[in-house]
Design a protein around this ligand. Structure first.
Ligand code: PZK
Length: 304
């Protein structure tokens, strides 16, 4: 018997998703329900207008990547259907409960965003010295691991590798986390490139599975993975160094918001119908380009 969402305890709420406690303790130990909404944020503010199917697209993309990266590192995905309440089918996952590590694991293959700002100011990002003369959005000689703190409120703060070791308290574990993060990024960026999309950077979160009292805690990839909300995806067509790149998914909203005169401070404005439709189309296009399958198949597989 599958619970209804109303019967579950909310344990965490992000800007655009929720985490619930599931009663079910199966063979895999305690589990949670991670639910993606259709809410969208730009400039750190959530708009009052949802993007239909956004939560399902992001959930389907996470599952695509979880299924293809198991050989790099174990992940928390337990089920896409069994145990998922009917009202959130297609946009929720049953996941293993982990003890999350207190660092955000950012990997950058291109110099952009806060990395570009730090590079311009210091020539380094997270303590990693980069070649001189890089231009905005340029591909890096190799992907770099640039961890940050997990801020409860406000912005995550960049830290160097030793800072991450200090937060986690285990250098050997942090080296495995770094190496897995870079391998995951490299695998996904190569796949995306072959499908006409640049994966500029991404953020992972890891945890430890302590559910077997007789085994050593296992390193497990958690959270959502390689979605447009946790990553910067750029269209390969039109990519050009020397300036910022349009976001694959959010550029319609950003362009409309800029032209609307919104000062980018909360509250974010409602989004007009044509911008909603264009943005929904971009999310579905991202799903279909990256996975190579019609989005409809995700809906059918999950009974959404
Ligand atoms: C966990 N978050 C972030 C906040 C969300 C997600 N497998 C796990 N085990 C224990 N805790 C978490 C996870 C995962 N993933 C992740 N908070 C707790 C977060 C708000 C909404 F969907």
């Amino acid at each position: 018997m599958t619970a209804s969402l109303d019967d579950l305890a909310l344990i965490a709420r992000g800007k655009v998703r929720e985490m619930y406690d599931l009663e079910r303790v199966g063979e895999e130990g305690p589990t949670l329900l991670m639910v993606a909404s259709d809410r969208i944020s730009t400039y750190d503010a959530v708009h009052p207008t949802p993007i239909p199917d956004k939560g399902k697209v992001l959930t389907g993309l996470s599952v695509f990547w979880f299924e293809r990266t198991e050989e790099i590192v174990a992940n928390h995905l337990v089920s896409t259907v069994a145990g998922v309440p009917p009202e959130v089918l297609g946009r929720a996952l049953v996941v293993r409960r982990l003890e999350m590590l207190p660092v955000e694991c950012v990997v950058r293959g291109y110099i952009t965003g806060s990395g570009w700002k730090d590079y311009q100011a210091t020539g380094s990002v997270s303590g990693i010295a980069l070649p001189q003369g890089l231009r905005e959005s340029e591909r890096l000689p190799e992907p770099i691991f640039t961890p940050s703190t997990k801020a409860d409120v406000g912005h995550d703060e960049a830290i160097d590798f030793d800072g991450a070791v200090e937060l986690v308290g285990d250098r050997a574990l942090m080296e495995r986390v770094r190496d897995a993060s870079i391998e995951l990024y490299s695998f996904a960026a190569e796949h995306a490139r072959e499908h006409g999309v640049i994966l500029a950077d991404t953020k992972f979160e890891f945890g430890l599975d302590n559910s077997d009292p007789d085994a050593a805690p296992a390193l497990v990839l958690g959270d959502e993975v390689l979605t447009p909300d946790s990553s910067r995806y750029w269209p390969a067509e039109g990519y050009e160094v020397g300036h910022s790149q349009p976001s694959f998914d959010k550029q319609y909203v950003r362009d409309w918001a800029a032209a609307s005169g919104w000062d980018k401070r909360p509250p974010a404005p409602a989004i007009p119908d044509d911008v909603v439709a264009g943005t929904r189309g971009r999310y579905i296009e991202a799903y279909e380009l990256i996975t190579g399958e019609p989005f409809q198949q995700w809906l059918e597989r999950t009974g959404a």
